[in-house]
Design a protein around this ligand. Structure first.
Ligand code: IYR
Length: 227
């Protein structure tokens, strides 16, 4: 790696590793087949997962690109049972309201094949809950607000990387979206410039794990080529 200045700004040389054509094809296919094995899971084991694994999963997530490289995210990793219990109680209160009084019938009908409901026992069973927060802005020492850019896109990308890293480690996750989510700000004592984005339980899938039988769209339904 060589350091160079570009208009006075520090740059380094970057040699992107590439592969011979056959290996490239094989890797692209193998990666797709591996990613296709990821499923959203709701039946978790309480088997512990070492903190070191969570550290690396979060570090992998934080390699995602972000607007102006602001990295506008905070990942809160909870293994404390008392805090998990508080999160479960608050999430179930909101979810009970949502399922019974807030979600329109069309939405409830769309969720029927997934067989979800307001009970969220996995929030206590899972060894870890990772709560992704998006940072709307960055407070400065003088009490001003420094802008972040494309926050939604950036944190969405980091969350995708997070889910991939979890899958890569042989663990399972659920992209859980209790709504509204402000109880997480309170329980985790996060500052005002951070807003909850996703609540991601992480752990081993239970031995008797069931997931809905779903099909993914075919390539010609999701891609349009202009050659
Ligand atoms: N947040 C609720 C409802 C829910 C909504 C969607 I869209 C899903 O794909 C699944 C669930 C819950 O977590 O149960």
């Amino acid at each position: 790696m060589e350091k160079k200045l570009v208009n006075g700004f520090p740059f380094v040389t970057y040699s992107k590793e590439s592969f011979e054509l056959e290996e490239m094809k094989q890797r692209a296919q193998a990666f797709y087949e591996w990613m296709d094995k990821r499923r959203t899971v709701r039946d978790f084991s309480d088997k512990p997962v070492p903190k070191e694994v969570i550290d690396n999963i979060i570090k992998a997530a934080s390699t995602a690109p972000s607007g102006a490289h602001k990295q506008p995210w905070t990942f809160c990793a909870v293994s404390n049972s008392e805090i998990k219990k508080q999160i479960r109680i608050a999430a179930e209160e909101e979810e009970y309201e949502s399922y019974n009084n807030r979600m329109p019938q069309e939405w409830l009908d769309d969720l029927l094949p997934l067989q979800t409901d307001w009970h969220k026992e996995f929030l206590e069973i899972c060894p870890w809950l990772i709560i992704v927060f998006k940072k709307i802005y960055e407070p400065t020492e003088e009490g001003k607000k420094k802008n972040n850019y494309y926050v939604q896109e950036s944190v969405g990308l980091a969350s995708g990387f997070l889910l991939s890293a979890i899958h890569h480690a042989g663990l399972a996750a659920l992209t859980h979206t209790p709504s509204p989510m402000n109880f997480l700000t309170k329980i985790l004592d996060r500052p005002a410039h951070e807003k909850p984005f996703l609540l991601i339980p992480v752990g081993y899938a239970a031995d008797e794990c069931l997931v809905p039988e779903l099909n993914r769209k075919e390539l010609d339904e999701i891609a349009v080529y202009y050659e």
